[in-house]
Design a binder for this molecule. Structure first.
Ligand code: FE
Ligand code: FE
Length: 185
């Protein structure tokens, strides 16, 4: 398991605390990162229906619709995590997600409606988003474990598994037909 330094304040491992995590710099850092992914998920939930509308194939549109609902679930999970930490759920702009969603918009404006190139591009954009989320939840889960908060780690792990499954589903759609058809356009 990875270890985490708490800004050089001692190296002895503290016993897991049940309630609110003590006010350490690391706790603050962790909450800050939660605010970042909270912003990211909220904006993604708004962007996914646009991707759904822009998609050419019904299969991809359905995948975006499904993940919109799942993303709303991820938002709810984060709210539960804030509650468990006795922190107010608040969002802090995530520049990475803002950039990824801008890129998705760019793909929509750069490709023609009704083409498979459009879908191939949308999958590319969506997979970049999923990979960003996978990296984030993977790390935050380990952070929670290091803080002795298995309850929070378990919640974050659930979302992590869903992001991974979404990535796999998008790959299946891409290699199933879209990529070949796009290459022929
Ligand atoms: Fe998510
Ligand atoms: Fe996702």
């Amino acid at each position: 398991m990875a270890t985490t330094k708490t800004s050089g304040k001692g190296t002895t491992k503290k016993a897991p605390s049940k309630g609110k995590i003590e006010d350490t710099e690391f706790h603050e850092f962790f909450v800050d990162e939660l605010k970042d992914i909270y912003w990211a998920e909220k904006h993604l939930a708004k962007a996914l229906p646009k991707l759904q509308k822009a998609a050419t194939s019904n299969e991809l549109a359905a995948a975006f619709e499904k993940h919109t609902l799942e993303t709303e679930g991820h938002i709810a999970v984060l709210e539960d995590v804030f509650d468990l930490l006795e922190e107010k759920a608040s969002a802090k702009k995530c520049d990475a997600m803002a950039g990824l969603l801008e890129e998705a918009d760019g793909i929509i404006s750069d490709t023609d409606k009704g083409t498979m190139i459009r879908d191939a591009g949308l999958i590319l954009a969506a997979q970049k988003v999923e990979h960003y989320e996978i990296a984030t939840y993977g790390t935050l889960r380990v952070f929670a474990e290091n803080m002795g908060r298995q309850d929070i780690a378990d919640l974050l792990a659930q979302t992590l598994e869903n992001e991974k499954a979404t990535d796999v589903a998008l790959t299946k759609i891409a290699v199933g037909a879209i990529n070949t058809q796009a290459a022929e356009e």
